[in-house]
Design a binder for this molecule. Structure first.
Ligand SMILES: NC(=O)c1ccc[n+]([C@@H]2O[C@H](COP(=O)([O-])OP(=O)(O)OC[C@H]3O[C@@H](n4cnc5c(N)ncnc54)[C@H](OP(=O)(O)O)[C@@H]3O)[C@@H](O)[C@H]2O)c1
Length: 260
């Protein structure tokens, strides 16, 4: 699979944009998906010029029920196939669950879990027929413990990690690999959307380019899980040593906005 077609969701900014740049630099054709078409078009133009790769832009809202099926229909209608699926689109909201806007929570569940799951299922059908494929699902270090202030988001990411590990096991004889990326805090628009300004999380950020480089290598190597950033890597080990309630208290403090 030296020059496969890679579908990247959430390619209009942050980690998805950096992943698009990394896959393009390696000569892969791309299908870029997000809602902001102008951001996707300017990235596509830049990648065609600098790397000479084919780039297809599909503006698509993954928060709508059935979005994954309609996206795959658009991809098939364009005569394309998905050799590598990168389920990166995602969002979270900082704040107490009881005060959250339920419509926002539902749309987060739809993007972070449902569209991701449906895209895995749909893309896997073609991968199985062709006898090869790779999936990269983007979770978070929040997948490793419940996180007060990010309760539903952390639960979504725990789901993504669990799903990815199970799929990887089920597909181990199919020449299809499933990799789960668990980034720590990364300097992207995620924190503007989430409302994270003034939190401890914002004090130690990785660059999206570094995260994308590590994720790209792990995906091509067929690794099961990658925690990006050397500071984050030992996190699951240290969390095991702490009582769960202490770990949650620390996570909740890191996510709480400091008084100005
Ligand atoms: N940044 C961090 O600290 C961090 C840490 C751990 C995990 N992550 C995960 O990393 C992934 C990428 O996030 P990021 O940090 O790169 O944030 P970002 O810069 O905000 O990028 C999020 C991407 O998702 C797309 N998206 C959001 N809602 C969408 C929708 N309804 N339909 C289609 N696309 C949608 C956005 O595009 P449009 O707005 O154009 O639709 C954007 O391209 C997410 O899954 C996030 O949970 C981030």
């Amino acid at each position: 699979m030296t020059s496969s077609t890679v579908l990247i969701t959430g390619a209009s900014s942050g980690i998805g944009r950096a992943l698009a740049q990394r896959f393009a630099a390696a000569g892969h054709a791309l299908i870029l998906v997000a809602r902001r078409e102008s951001a996707l078009q300017s990235l596509a133009q830049e990648l065609r010029q600098s790397h000479g790769v084919a780039v297809t832009v599909i503006a698509h809202d993954l928060a709508i029920a059935g979005a994954a099926a309609s996206l795959m229909q658009r991809i098939e209608a364009a005569g394309l196939q998905v050799d590598i699926l990168v389920n990166n689109a995602g969002l979270g909201f900082n704040g107490a669950f009881i005060d959250s806007d339920l419509a926002q929570v539902q749309s987060m569940l739809q993007v972070d879990m449902i569209a991701l799951t449906e895209l895995c299922h749909l893309a896997l059908q073609g991968m199985k027929k062709r006898g090869h494929g790779r999936i990269l699902n983007v979770a978070s270090v929040a997948a490793f413990l419940p996180c007060p202030q990010f309760a539903a988001y952390a639960a979504c990411k725990a789901y993504v990690l669990s799903l990815s590990e199970s799929l990887r096991h089920e597909l181990r004889r199919e020449n299809i690999t499933v990799t789960c990326l668990c980034p720590g805090a990364t300097a992207t628009e995620f924190h503007d959307v989430a409302g994270n300004e003034g939190t401890l999380i914002m004090r130690m950020m990785d660059s999206p380019e570094m995260v994308a480089e590590q994720a790209y290598r792990a995906t091509l190597a067929g690794r099961g899980m990658i925690i990006s950033g050397w500071v984050n890597k030992p996190l699951p080990f240290f969390l095991q040593l702490l009582p769960r309630s202490w770990a949650m208290t620390l996570a909740g403090r890191a996510a709480r906005r400091q008084a100005a």
